[in-house]
Design a protein around this ligand. Sequence first.
Ligand SMILES: Nc1ncnc2c1ncn2[C@@H]1O[C@H](COP(=O)(O)OP(=O)(O)O)[C@@H](O)[C@H]1O
Ligand SMILES: [Mg+2]
Length: 1016
Amino acid sequence: MESALTARDRVGVQDFVLLENYNSEVAFIDNLRRRFRENLIYTYIGSVLVSVNPYKDLEIYSKAQMERYRGVSFYEISPHIYALSDNTYRAMRTERKDQCILISGESGAGKTEASKKILLYYTVTCPTGDHMAALGERLLQSNPVLEAFGNAKTLRNDNSSRFGKYMDVQFDFKGVPVGGHILNYLLEKSRVVHQNHGERNFHIFYQLLEGGDDDLLKSLELERNPQNYNYLVKGNCPRISSINDKNSWKTVMNALLVIGFVEEENLMNIIGGILHLGNTQFGEGEEGETYVTNEDQILTLEKLFGVNSSALTEAVTHKKLTAKGEEMISPLNFEQTLSARDALAKSVYRRTFNWLVEKINQSLAQKDEIHHSRKDFSVIGVLDIYGFEVLQHNSFEQFCINYCNEKLQQLFIELTLQYEQEEYETEGIAWETVQYFDNKIICELIEEKHKGIISIMNEECLRPGETCDASFLEKMEDSIGGHPHFVTHKLANGKTRRVMSREEFRLLHYAGEVSYNVNGETILKQNEGLWHKFAGASKSHCFRRKEVNDQKRSETASTQFKNSLMKLMEILMSKEPSYVRCIKPNDSKQPGKFDEVLVRHQVKYLGLMENLRVRRAGFAYRRRFEAFLQRYKPLCPETWPNWNGCLSDGVSTLVEHLGYTPEEYKLGRSKIFIRFPKTLFTTEDALEAKKPEIALILQKSWRGYTERSKYQLIVIQSAWRGMKGRRRAKRRRQAADLIRRLIKGFIYRHEEYGPENDYYLHHIRYSFLKNVRQNLPKNVLDKSWPTPPALLAEASDQLQRLNMQNMVNKYCNRVQPEWKKQMMQKVVASEIFKDQKDSYPLTVGRLFLDTRLVQRNAFPCASQYGVPVVKYDRRGFKPHTRQLLLTNTFAVIVDRNKIKQRIDYAALRGISVSSLSDGMFVLHMPTSDNKQKGDAVLHSFHVIEVVTKISMMACKINYVNVCPGSIRFSVARGKEGIIDFVRGSELKVAKGKRGHLLVVSVFEPNSRKSLAILVR
Ligand SMILES: Nc1ncnc2c1ncn2[C@@H]1O[C@H](COP(=O)(O)OP(=O)(O)O)[C@@H](O)[C@H]1O
Ligand SMILES: [Mg+2]
């Protein structure tokens, strides 16, 4: 992928290790400058990233750029902070080892920017978990807040970090960021009360005055003009063009919200309070005591700090002394009061800053309990610490800063050498030591127990009674006077002595000589007591931290700092380090300007040349076998296109073919080490030369491959098409055949069954039978039936008959005995009366009953049927109401309980009814029988039912006569009577002409009237 580098990326060497003349500082700086000119601000020394501040926005930090660097190996692409970030991340994931990225360089060299780029890279490119989105935002937003409170404009940097910051980002096993934690180091709190000319206080003061709304300022009793505040005027530079305080204010307020600050926390009260504290005026009393002249100011402070005004006044005008084990409060003079006031302001600010970091840490802390309980996450720590600093007047704070840089340099030396050495060891390569300056001696000078500068400083601070800077200096001269890196005015030679004051000591740091002023070092001590008093009295959240109640003798600031540094070193040592070495190209913050002297100085003290030498002492270049083989295999016929044997053999074969001499390279266990860059360059050139050839081969084989693929595609396509076509043709043929057979069959349909028409006839038969099956009659009354084709007429009839028979059988089987009886009677009635008697059709739908009598068993004999009748006298045709009862063998006419006449069925001669719709019927008896009273002339409304039943019971169905016109009947002793039947308009039974009985029926078929009569 090195081929991905553009010509521009290839300016100079992108890794100093490849510099031919690696001992030459000139060549080194020339390479830096050539790349800087092309805006190539990043260059490696092996795995160390050197970065030169461009002082202008480069288009190299976009999301697309991040994607370019994701998962790509270090050397395959142009150097970048993202490459380092990505490599660190991958090392953490694959090796499951905590990592740290140490960013160093002097103020304004771009450390903070680098750390922000790293953080941004992780928040954008890492996989996201459930709460990652919010966490990423909080991680990013912690920066503007910390910068507002911890950064300031200095001469070197408009946004100089005035505190050291170590930030851990915690990742779970899937590589998802799950939490973060910040450690802060030694805030430069002297800035709160004093700024050098051209410098400013911490940004937040100006942001508040510029951006805070009127209501807020009013409640804090502040005015917009920074010139009104003593703590903001010292540098005489309240506004500068590169800083927009108003916008920053908005950003900070928003960031505070994201992090989860709430208004009650009154952060701004403290910032406002500090400004007011700076404006507190003091007067001197007659006895030298000090008092506050503007009491209003104290009342405002009481409100803003939430502290009792008298406690506050006492805190700044008195001091605590311990003499002979007793604590005493004694007044301070005017000068001392001003110092105490400033010390208080610094203390308040420092603690507020610490509290702020604590709040941010709470917000970044992992919310997930699982991660708390088990250490199943890895971290990447990013250290952005203040760079080595030499000012005109260097105080205690510069001492701490530079001490910190000494320590980091130590760590850098130890770890890089150690790593290098370890690598040779693990790879089994002989290693020769390289000379380099080890700054351990300076670190010891500062921190050694009992003898070191910090120890002496502590002793002096903790000594009871008045402290004295002069005695501190003397003590140092006594103890460490002979040390090659320590000089005082007294110890110095003539030349140095001329530039040193008597209140200074000079340290020869690895990065240069610095003179420190001892003035005021020890004032730190006494203010702690007053601080406790102040904080104890305050209601503000920010001061209520654990340390407030910590009444035990507080450690001196230097010890605290030393201890925190030790802890930091421990943290860093436990991790796999990566380095970013930042270089500042000029002092005027100008883009494109490369100040060679300045750069040379930095290259020197950052130890970059040594770093390079160490790296080169052994071998300039190393790469894992597989990577080396993969890249250069086209250069050897045995390894091209693929090497199938063991990797080291492949590499051996390859380098032998390339003609490497034994001193040029060594094979380790997993890596090849190449001693001279030239060897590598020759190999690279060979590869470049070979590329067109490879490209041609690749092109050819690619074309062959694509053509082959295309051809295969065509073969498959045509086979498929052929198959589909054949199937379609077959279907078409079958269809045509069928149609032909049907047409032929139709033509020959009337012929004998044979090959011409068999298919057609079979089809017709099949269709008809299917049709019949689907349309069978639903019941016996349903006479529908599909029309059969001629040739199936007979079969159809048979089928219809069979079907009907079947339905009838089924129907009959379902009929109940009573219903059967009814049916039989109805059948008999039909046989007798159908088409004979007018009233018959109307009775068909009405059921025959077992009796028509209301009192069923009125008559004792076993009657089967009873019906009320009217009996007409044979002579006078007088009507009498009677009942007719039928038994199994005879019928009787009864008048209530009295039998009037018995008619034996055996003797019954016949039964006559009229053909009209009347109810008359005559039971003919034998005339010869004297016992009989002659024929019975009766009338019933149920004549059809009665007659049917009698005829059936007497088994004399054929004896029923339906007589049109008239009925003759016998009266006793051979005489005859006649009943005439006519149709008329009114029902009437009366004696008519010639002694006949005349019966008038009103029946008109279907008339309502006749029906009404019938059913009465
Ligand atoms: N990579 C970069 N690209 C563009 N400008 C940069 C870059 N690094 C630093 N700068 C500029 O330099 C200034 C100082 O950088 P900063 O990181 O604050 O320095 P340091 O933290 O080392 O003191 C920044 O405010 C910015 O203007
Ligand atoms: Mg910084």
